[in-house]
Structure formats: structure tokens, C-alpha cells
Design a protein around this ligand. Sequence first.
Ligand SMILES: [Zn+2]
Ligand SMILES: [Zn+2]
Length: 298
Amino acid sequence: MAGPLAEFTHDDVHLLGFSRAGEESFVIAPELNLAFDVGRCDIELLGVDHVCLSHGHMDHAAGLAYYFSQRMFIDNAPGHIYAPAPLVEPIQRLLRLWADIDGHEPPANIHAAEPDMDIQLRRNLIVRPFRVNHPCRRHDRSTVHALGFTAIEVRKKILDEYRELTGPQIVELKKQGVEITRRVEIPLVTYCGDTAVGDFLKRDHVRNSKVLLLECTFIEPDHRARARAGYHIHIDDLADVLPRLNNEHILLTHVSRRTALSAARAALKRRVPPEIADRVSFFMTHRRKRRPAPPSDT
Ligand SMILES: [Zn+2]
Ligand SMILES: [Zn+2]
């Protein structure tokens, strides 16, 4: 198991999860009833109804069948997975194969997520999928492009010219079919999954998201070529990228276990000025489980 989870809170965004390259990655936003990727399906994921899957690599997707199966056994309603469209059929096939092995085929809602086709989760909450820079070669040599996702709160704001109106006046205008509000989008949290840097970082909902989860798989100077070959971010890339982002906080995910957290922090500080580094942290386990106090002798 992943062990204790990383936890992060900023304003009204609360995240819980684990993300290490090659091991597993998942991020849960419990208050939004939403998760990004399933990793190996930690027990914390079972209470979440909506899971956005970035791509099919095992460290992000291994727990899919377990997720649906365990939810069935604890009598939760079938969950919803939103996956890159080419993965929908193989995931359905995976669940049928597990039924051959396990004897049960749990109910499952598997939806195709397409870039820029918003997913309506609740009246005031949407998820916007977008293409990142992490092409995955399949067995049949076709390519599936990984997706990132932004959770966006949608509000209606009354237009300035109608601000002073009384209740009855508003009712009257509504009756006449006058639109007195405008739609406002507040990007809360963006998850980029695995990706090299790319144009997606110029998108408004990505760069203005309150919290941005961005991968940074490689830290060591001699791993730049590996980062490029695998379509991952190397910490050297961040010196260019971070100054262009407006996010209130940036969480770096998917760091390889080879790198200690203290070394990763030091490497970041060497590359970006302090006012930027202050907004950036690593989404890693900071919390250590307290050991029970030893029995006293007296
Ligand atoms: Zn990965
Ligand atoms: Zn990957």
C-alpha cells in the first residue's frame, strides 16, 4: 500500500492522495466528490462517485476493476469513470475478464471524456477535460492522448446594470425573458496527470486554476533525456513554466521515489525565485503516522 496519504488544503480546495512515478497516482477532492486517477485504488477512493482517468498507464489505472467491485460489495451506487474515449471499450473488456476470474461483474458507468467537452457533475460544478502532452502507445501501435481535467465552479452573477434592482423588479424582468445574470467560471483545481510541458499550460482555466497539480517526474540533471523520451517534466523545465502561471498554489506530483523530498525542494529553490517557490510545493507524504507512546515503566 501507498502508506499515509499526502494531504493539502488551500482556501476551499482540499486534496488527499498519493503520487509517485511508477508506483501509483491518485488525487481525491472529497468535498467535490471527485477524484483524478485511481492508482491501485486506495480505500479512500471508494467513497468518491466520480473519477477522471488521465490515461491508461498502470500506475494511474490499475485499480479500476477493484474500484467498481469494492463499491458493489459495500453497497455504494455504481461509480462513474470518465476516461479518454479510446479506453472505454478496453475498460469494459477488463471488467468482463475480471468477471470470468472473480465471478462477479460489478455495475459500472464508464464515460468517454473528450477534450473541451465539459462534464456536468452538479448544477454548479463542471469538469473540463483537455489534452496534455503524454501520448501513450498501445499494443496495436495506435496512440491514445492523455487528458488533464479542471474542476470548475459555475456561478451566476447579476449584471452590473441590474445590481440595484429590487426583488419585484427582478421578477418582472425575468418574466419578460431578460437575462440579468452572466455565467462566471471559477477554476478550482486542475490535474494534469502525466505530461511533458505543452500549450495546455497557456489555457486560462489551467493557468488561473486556484490549485494546479503538475507533474515533475525527474529532478536529477542526467535525467533530462529520460524526461523527454517518456513525455514527462524535468525540474529544469519549471524555470520557464512557473513564472507564466497565475495559480495561487502549484502542487508538484509524480516525483520519482529516487529523489528525497528535501533534495527536490532544494532543486526547486535553485531554479525559481523565492516569490514563485513560495507558491509551489510537492504533493508528497508530509504527515507521518505517530507511533504509539511506549508503555511507561511506572
Ligand atoms: Zn505515471
Ligand atoms: Zn504515464
